[in-house]
Design a protein around this ligand. Structure first.
Ligand code: CP
Ligand code: NVA
Length: 333
């Protein structure tokens, strides 16, 4: 297995064994961090992290992981660089590829991060596009593995906007790791046929299933993990709130839904989450639509079954593993 120089653009690009190795390295880095063991492996390397959309977890995970590995980190967004408005992504990539040892990119079209990878001669890591969020899926599976001790045979149900970037990466990751995946949401927000057709044969090969349903009763006594995400993703027009609330309100993760699953079922969410009125967006939505909690109730979010902050922490350990593996040149092959 050799990751050196490779990009991390989508889960589908990696085999089960490679993903397993990434998870193992992630566990090792977490252990080292907890034990206070320094691991400044790359004191002479620098990375650039590019964000065309806002971020807290992904940005901070790349920054902290970079510093922990001994690297210099430069954060760029459209307001602080020429990127996107005065200089194309392709030109930016070619410049940054000369200066940096690795580049993270968060933006809109998957084609942009694919192009970046094509033009820059250094590893490019996808920090979220409209199509997928691969570092999220890796962190989530680390959290699931930590909690249950294994992955194979578990059932992960993604409830809500089942065609969004997070759902896409989780479907593919589930297929690769032999986890049963249920996409539970309205037909209007069903995963694309392309996504389903690519994931299903991989799942079958690994002994798991992909189920697409609009019926929440399918979760009854079945889901080991209930996962949801915001009803309107970054970059989607605010005018869509009304339509989304109408489509998704019956898919809100609440106590009744959690109780219908299993005694041992856990709740996951990539965050940020609208589970109360403590954000300006939630307040605005509340004024217009009268809704106080969106994709998950505060009760579930704050419950013992909710591992969302462990999950957020694991973003850093997994991102560190991805950077380490793609930047580390093994000389004794
Ligand atoms: N989950 C996640 O990607 O969060 P951020 O948007 O804050 O990076
Ligand atoms: N689907 C969400 C995920 C955020 C981490 C979005 O794209 O905004």
């Amino acid at each position: 297995m050799n990751f050196y120089g490779k990009d991390f653009l989508r889960i589908a690009d990696f085999s089960e064994a490679e993903l397993r190795h990434m998870l193992e390295i992630s566990h090792q880095f977490k252990k080292m961090k907890k034990e206070g063991k320094p691991h400044k492996i790359f004191p002479n390397k620098n990375i650039a992290i590019l964000f065309e959309k806002t971020s807290t977890r992904t940005r901070c995970s790349f920054e902290v992981a970079g510093y922990d590995l001994g690297m210099g980190v430069t954060f760029l967004d459209p307001s602080g660089s020429q990127m996107g408005h005065k200089e194309s992504i392709a030109d930016t990539a070619r410049v940054l590829g000369r200066l940096y040892d690795g580049i993270e990119y968060r933006g809109f079209d998957q084609a942009v991060v694919d192009d970046l990878a094509k033009y820059a001669d250094v590893p490019v890591w996808n920090g979220l596009t409209d199509e997928c969020h691969p570092t999220q899926a890796l962190g989530d599976f680390m959290t699931i593995e930590e909690h249950f001790g294994e992955l194979k045979g578990l059932t992960l149900a993604f409830v809500g906007d089942t065609r969004n970037n997070v759902a896409n990466s989780l479907m593919m990751m589930s297929a690769k790791m032999g986890v049963n995946f249920i996409a539970c949401g309205p037909n209007e927000l069903r995963p694309s046929d392309d996504m389903i057709n690519r994931s299903k044969p991989i799942a079958e090969k690994n002994g798991s299933t992909i189920t697409i349903t609009s019926d929440i009763a399918v979760l009854n006594n079945k889901a080991d993990i209930i996962y949801t995400d915001v009803w309107l993703s970054l970059g989607e027009p605010q005018e869509k709130w009304g339509e989304r609330i109408e489509l998704l309100k019956q898919y809100q993760v609440n106590k009744k839904m959690m109780d219908s699953a299993k005694e041992t079922t856990i709740f996951l969410h990539c965050l940020p989450s609208f589970h109360d009125l403590n954000t300006s967006i939630a307040k605005d939505v509340n004024k217009v639509f009268g809704i106080e909690e969106m994709e998950v109730t505060n009760e579930v979010f704050e419950s013992e079954k909710s591992l969302v902050f462990e999950q957020a922490e694991n973003r850093m350990h997994t991102i560190k593993a991805v950077m380490f593996l793609t930047l580390y040149e093994r000389r004794n092959k």
